[in-house]
Design a protein around this ligand. Sequence first.
Ligand SMILES: [Zn+2]
Length: 229
Amino acid sequence: MPALEIGGKRIEYLVLRGTSRRYTYFRFRSDVTLEVVLPRGRLGDASRAISQRSEWILQKYEEMQKTKRILDDQRVMFDGRFLEISFEQTLEKEEILPDLERGVVVVRASDRSRVKELVRRWFLRETSRYVMKKLADLAPTLPVPYKVADVREIKNWGYCTRSGRLSFSWQLIALPERLRDYVIFHELTHLEEFNHSPAFKRKLAKVCPDFRQREKELDYVSPAELARI
Ligand SMILES: [Zn+2]
């Protein structure tokens, strides 16, 4: 694969032909390879287009490098650290055996494609345990109580309805504790302020003074997508 050097970084790229007649597109794949999509039917090389957009490419590349994916083929994030996935094929009982001390999680299943489902069940169990305990501990301190809480598949880390129902992503347990707690505090604050107004931020800052820093850290975590794996 060809590579380009920008700002001392070596970025691998591939050139594709797009459907547009006029525009050149750039996009990064999740493995941080750059795709340069040239206009349909136009000859010429990609290097000029690349040099015109080099600033954007470098900035995006650095962002992607910082992004931590919760799950890929080799490893899974749990409690803020990465565990190596060790797959063992078996036709017997499926099992997932995390060994935090060794930094490994052994997954026994009939096929590698089962890994994600086993991780999901493990995370759902651990996240539920964590969230329910945390909410029970915090409940006496809440100015506005919540009605129900659950852990399930949702688009965001957390979710709160006007009626006081809290939902949390099953992937929460992947995050370090300070980020899990940030998500919980954020949703609990919505029980009082159903918006992101200055009043909301003041109330959140009371229980989580460095919430802005934690928000930034959370931006660099990329959740596993259910449909894709
Ligand atoms: Zn919110």
